[in-house]
Design a protein around this ligand. Sequence first.
Ligand SMILES: Nc1ncnc2c1ncn2[C@@H]1O[C@H](COP(=O)(O)OP(=O)(O)OP(=O)(O)O)[C@@H](O)[C@H]1O
Length: 229
Amino acid sequence: MEQNVIKIENADIFQYNKHLVLTDVSLHINKGEFVYLIGETGSGKSSLLKILYADLELTNGDAWIGGVNLRTLKKKDVPYLRRKLGIVFQDFQLLTDRTIEENLLFVLRATGWTDKKIMSARIDEVLQNVGLVHKRHKWPHEISGGEQQRVVIARALLNHPEVILADEPTGNLDPKTSSEILNLLKSISKLGTAVLMATHDYRIIERFPSRIVKCENGKVYENATVPGN
Ligand SMILES: Nc1ncnc2c1ncn2[C@@H]1O[C@H](COP(=O)(O)OP(=O)(O)OP(=O)(O)O)[C@@H](O)[C@H]1O
């Protein structure tokens, strides 16, 4: 049986100021699926992602992510939800005053890990996943933009997420580095983590075809194509 790790049913999505952005949204994403999220600027892609990591409150309709019911989720349980998700944004958001290892340790400590040996081993694993074990003791400014984004992906993997939400993860990267990031995210999805990736970059979609979800005129289309196709 197909297993939805993201399920949204008939949701209306409002911005913080109660402005209605998307109506009657339904979206189903399975374990290990790789899905693009497209739509013009202001069409609601970020708002849809925000609902999924509980930055926006779900008031109308139902939604589950990684088995967590977003409609009934209490504010105090939001950190628990975020631990189950990997979140990757365009700006790398590494702490610049810490090494790569310290950046990863920071997240492990913040999410309740305590055993030093186990933490060190997990850091080793995620850095291996993204091919950066040798950069463990470097500072963010000592590595390239693409490597920084790979560290952000490693950081997102620390807690074995069922879902990675990525908002324009290649927005600041050149085409070759973007392809490396796509290869990495695709390989992660093949290992069972679903990836939902917002992008404006249709060349990437052509090069790495996958299911496309589109925000347009206040609606979400679950199976779309890029404009012109
Ligand atoms: N903090 C906010 N407060 C109020 N309205 C907002 C806020 N952020 C976005 N909006 C509005 O909500 C709508 C959807 O914006 P959203 O950021 O979700 O679009 P997007 O598709 O992600 O755009 P982009 O591709 O530019 O990131 C837009 O009309 C926008 O003006």
